[in-house]
Write a protein that binds this ligand. Sequence first.
Ligand SMILES: *[C@@H]1O[C@H](CO)[C@@H](O)[C@H](O)[C@H]1NC(C)=O
Ligand SMILES: *[C@@H]1O[C@H](CO)[C@@H](O)[C@H](O)[C@H]1NC(C)=O
Ligand SMILES: *[C@@H]1O[C@H](CO)[C@@H](O)[C@H](O)[C@H]1NC(C)=O
Ligand SMILES: *[C@@H]1O[C@H](CO)[C@@H](O)[C@H](O)[C@H]1NC(C)=O
Ligand SMILES: *[C@@H]1O[C@H](CO)[C@@H](O)[C@H](O)[C@H]1NC(C)=O
Ligand SMILES: *[C@@H]1O[C@H](CO)[C@@H](O)[C@H](O)[C@H]1NC(C)=O
Ligand SMILES: *[C@@H]1O[C@H](CO)[C@@H](O)[C@H](O)[C@H]1NC(C)=O
Ligand SMILES: *[C@@H]1O[C@H](CO)[C@@H](O)[C@H](O)[C@H]1NC(C)=O
Ligand SMILES: *[C@@H]1O[C@H](CO)[C@@H](O)[C@H](O)[C@H]1NC(C)=O
Ligand SMILES: *[C@@H]1O[C@H](CO)[C@@H](O)[C@H](O)[C@H]1NC(C)=O
Ligand SMILES: *[C@@H]1O[C@H](CO)[C@@H](O)[C@H](O)[C@H]1NC(C)=O
Ligand SMILES: *[C@@H]1O[C@H](CO)[C@@H](O)[C@H](O)[C@H]1NC(C)=O
Length: 693
Amino acid sequence: MRGFLSITLVLSHLLLLTDYGFSHPLCTNMKSPFTPKTPLVFCEYNGSVCCNSTEDMQLQNQYKAMNVFELGCASLLKSILCSRCDQFSAELYRIESAPRKVPVLCNSTVSANSTQSQVTEVDFCWKAWDECQNVSILNSPFQLQGGLPLNSTSKLADIWQSKSAFCNEFSGASEAGELCFDGGPVVLNHTQNLSPPSGMCLEKIGNGSYLNMVAHPDGSNRVFLSDQPGKIWLVTVPEEGSEEPLAVDKLNPFLDLTDRVYSDTQLGMMGIAFHPNFQQNGRFFVSYNCDKVKSPECSGICSCNSEVICDPSKLDSVNGAQPCQYSSVIAEFTANGTTLQPSLATSAEPLEVRRIFTMGLPFANHHGGQILFGPEDGYLYFMMGDGGSNGDPYNFAQNKKSLLGKIIRLDINNISSAMVIAGLGQWGNYSVPGDNPFDEDKELQPEIWALGFRNPWRCSFDSERPSYFLCADVGQEQYEEVDIVTKGGNYGWRVYEGPFLYNPPTSPGGNTSASSIDSIFPVMGYNHADVNNSIGSASITGGYFYRSMTDPCMYGRYLYADLYAGGMWAGIETPTDSGNFTSTRIPISCAQDSPIKCSTEAASSLPELGYIFSFGEDNRKDVFILASSGVYRVVRPSRCNYTCSKENVTALTRPKSIPPPFNSTSRRSSNPLMELVLLILSLLLLFGSSCNL
Ligand SMILES: *[C@@H]1O[C@H](CO)[C@@H](O)[C@H](O)[C@H]1NC(C)=O
Ligand SMILES: *[C@@H]1O[C@H](CO)[C@@H](O)[C@H](O)[C@H]1NC(C)=O
Ligand SMILES: *[C@@H]1O[C@H](CO)[C@@H](O)[C@H](O)[C@H]1NC(C)=O
Ligand SMILES: *[C@@H]1O[C@H](CO)[C@@H](O)[C@H](O)[C@H]1NC(C)=O
Ligand SMILES: *[C@@H]1O[C@H](CO)[C@@H](O)[C@H](O)[C@H]1NC(C)=O
Ligand SMILES: *[C@@H]1O[C@H](CO)[C@@H](O)[C@H](O)[C@H]1NC(C)=O
Ligand SMILES: *[C@@H]1O[C@H](CO)[C@@H](O)[C@H](O)[C@H]1NC(C)=O
Ligand SMILES: *[C@@H]1O[C@H](CO)[C@@H](O)[C@H](O)[C@H]1NC(C)=O
Ligand SMILES: *[C@@H]1O[C@H](CO)[C@@H](O)[C@H](O)[C@H]1NC(C)=O
Ligand SMILES: *[C@@H]1O[C@H](CO)[C@@H](O)[C@H](O)[C@H]1NC(C)=O
Ligand SMILES: *[C@@H]1O[C@H](CO)[C@@H](O)[C@H](O)[C@H]1NC(C)=O
Ligand SMILES: *[C@@H]1O[C@H](CO)[C@@H](O)[C@H](O)[C@H]1NC(C)=O
C-alpha cells in the first residue's frame, strides 16, 4: 500500500516539474534588483531596478544609434530596450529557459468570452508591428539569431510577412501566469488570499532529537535522519492517520561517524546531502565538525589567516581550545558495497571516499554547516556562518576573500579540474562552477555564491520554484531574518542586522561602510522583542515552503520558527512571485490522536516542543519539525479542530490503522481483478518492508 502511494506521488511530482520557471524579481544576470544610488535618467524605471547609471547610459546610446525618428516606433523601441532595467527582466527575457534579445511581448490573450474591442489595449505585440513595420531601424534588436550584418538597416516587414508571423516570433501569452512585456514596468496582480491559516496541527511521531531529515532520493516514503553526535538512520515515514510512530532502529544506523565527529553546543554532524544521482552512483555527503586534537584527519587550513587579514595568534581561545582546533568538514561516503543498487542499501561503511572540504574555525560557534544540492544546477551549496564570537569582530562576513559568513557553491562532479584553476584546492577536492559570481566580481573568492551572513541556520529550495532559495540567518541581538538568496547577493551582516544598521562592539577586522555595499534586505523575520519564551533570547530556524495538500490552507506559505519555541510563522507572498512577503505568527497544537502523546504546557494545549532545531520535508512534501522533544509532522487541521474550508475531510479521512493486506477470506475472492490488485499490493508491501530493514 505504501509503495503504491509513493509511486503515484513521484509521478505527480514529476508532472509538477513542468511548471518550473516562475521567479521572484531577478535581473538578466541572475542577480537581485537593487535601488540605484542616483535615479536613472534615460529609462523611466524607479524603485527596484536592474540597471545602474552606466547601463542606463549604454541603453541610451544604443537607442540613439538605431536612428529612428518616427515618434510612435521610437518610443516603442525605447521602452523595449529599457525593459532590461525591469526588476523582472530575467523572466521577461526568459533567461533560464531560452534567452532572447527582446523581452516576450504581450500578445492578444483572447478568451472565449471577449470581443475584439476588449483586447486591443494589452496587445503590445500588435502595436509594435503597427508602429514599426515600415520603419528602417539600424542594428534592429528584432533580428533572428545570426541576423543581419552589423550596421545594416532593416524594417520588420523585410523579415516577416505579417503581423501574426512577427507576433509568433516575439510574443507569448501570459496564460500560464508567465510574464510578458506590455510597454512599461511589470505590475503583478494581487490575487492571493491573505487570511492566515487558523492554526498548524501537529502529530508527534518520534521521540529522538535530530538535526536533519532528508528525503530518500528514490522518491519513496523513506527519509534519512541524522543527529548531532554523528549517526544517520534510514527510516520509513508512516502515513498520516496510521497511528504509527517512526520506527527508528537506534542500534542499526545507516552510518555512524561518532568516532570522528566532535559534538558540542554548536558543533557536531550538521548536514547530510545525497547526490541527485544517488540511485545510480551511491554518493552522499556529510558535513560535520571535528577536533584536531582528537582526530588527526581533522587538519585543515585555518580560516583566520593573512589572506583575510587575520592573525590566528591573536584569536581569543574558546573554552581553552586553540584557534582552529575545530574544523568544518564536508566528506564524501558511498552506499556502494553492501548491495547492488544504492537504493537498496540500508547501511554504509564509515570509510571516507573523499575529503571535499576542510576549514579550520576561528571560534566554536556560527558555522551553519547545512549542505544542499541545487535542484536545477546540481551543485553543492554549503552554508557557513561568520565563524563566531560576538559581532563578527574580524568582519569576515563582508570580507570577499574569506569563506566565513558565506554561502558557498561547489561542483563535486568535476573534481580533477579543481587544480587547474589557480589558487584552488586549498580547502579540499572540488571545482568551482564557472558561473559562480566571481565571473563578474574578481575580488570574490571563487567558491562564494552569496555573502553577508551571520549564521545561516537552515535553508531550502522551494520544491515548486527552484529560484526561491530561502535562508534563515540568525541575528545578534535585535532581529532574526529570512532572505531570498541570489547569485552574488550581499545580505548585509555586519553592516546590517536584518534591516537595522549594526554597530559592532569591537572591530579588529575593520568596518565596511553601508554606502559601499548594495545590501539585500530580508523578506521576512521577527524582532527579538516579539518572541515570548522563558530564555529571553531568540534564534531563527528556517523551514520550507509548504507544498503538501495535507493542510491545504498552509499550501504555498513559507514556514519558520524560533529555536527557543518563541513562535512559529507562516509567510505569504503577495502578489505571487513578487518577492513581497507578509508573515503571520500561527498558533500550533497537537492532535489528540497523535501516535505519540504530546506533552503540553501546563493549562494550555500548546505542545511542549523544546528547542526547534530544524524542519524536514519528505517526498510527499509533508513538513516535519525536528525538535529537542521529538519529531512532529504537520497534519490535517481538522485533527486539532482548526478550520480550513479547503480541507476535504471526506477524502482525507483514512482508516485508523492500515488493515492487513489480505486474509484467508479476501484471498478466496472470486473476483479475478481483485485478486490481481491484491497480488500487486502485497508485492509492493513486501518490497516496501524489505527496504525498511
Ligand atoms: C515612479 O515613476 C512613475 C512614473 O514616472 C511615477 O508616477 C511614480 O510616482 C514614481 N514612483 C516613485 C516611487 O518615485
Ligand atoms: C554598472 O554595472 C556594470 C555591470 O554590472 C558594472 O560593470 C559597472 O561598474 C556598474 N557601474 C556603476 C556606476 O556602478
Ligand atoms: C464569460 O463571462 C461570463 C460573465 O462575464 C462568466 O460568468 C464566464 O465564466 C465567462 N466564461 C469564460 C469561459 O471565461
Ligand atoms: C506599411 O506598409 C504597408 C504596405 O506598404 C501599408 O499597407 C501599411 O499601411 C504601412 N503602415 C504604416 C503604419 O505606415
Ligand atoms: C559600424 O558603425 C560604427 C559607427 O559608425 C563603426 O565604428 C563601425 O566600424 C561599423 N562597423 C562595421 C562592421 O561596419
Ligand atoms: C499572437 O497573436 C497572433 C495573432 O492573433 C497569433 O497568430 C499568435 O499565435 C499569437 N502568439 C502567441 C505566442 O500567442
Ligand atoms: C492580471 O490580471 C489581468 C486581469 O485579470 C489579466 O489580464 C493579466 O493577465 C494578469 N496578469 C498576470 C501577470 O497574471
Ligand atoms: C558506486 O557505484 C557506481 C555504479 O556502479 C559507480 O559509478 C561509483 O563510482 C561507485 N562509487 C564508489 C565510491 O565506488
Ligand atoms: C506587499 O504586501 C502587502 C500586503 O501583504 C501589500 O499591502 C503591499 O502592497 C505589497 N507590496 C507590493 C509592492 O506589492
Ligand atoms: C476537537 O473537538 C472534539 C469535539 O468537540 C473534542 O472531542 C476534541 O477533544 C477536540 N480536539 C482538540 C485537539 O481540541
Ligand atoms: C471529497 O473527497 C471525496 C472522496 O474523494 C469526494 O467524493 C468529494 O467530492 C470531495 N469533496 C469535495 C468538496 O471536494
Ligand atoms: C478476514 O477479513 C474478514 C473481512 O475483512 C474478517 O471478517 C475476518 O475476521 C478476517 N479473518 C482473519 C483470520 O483475520
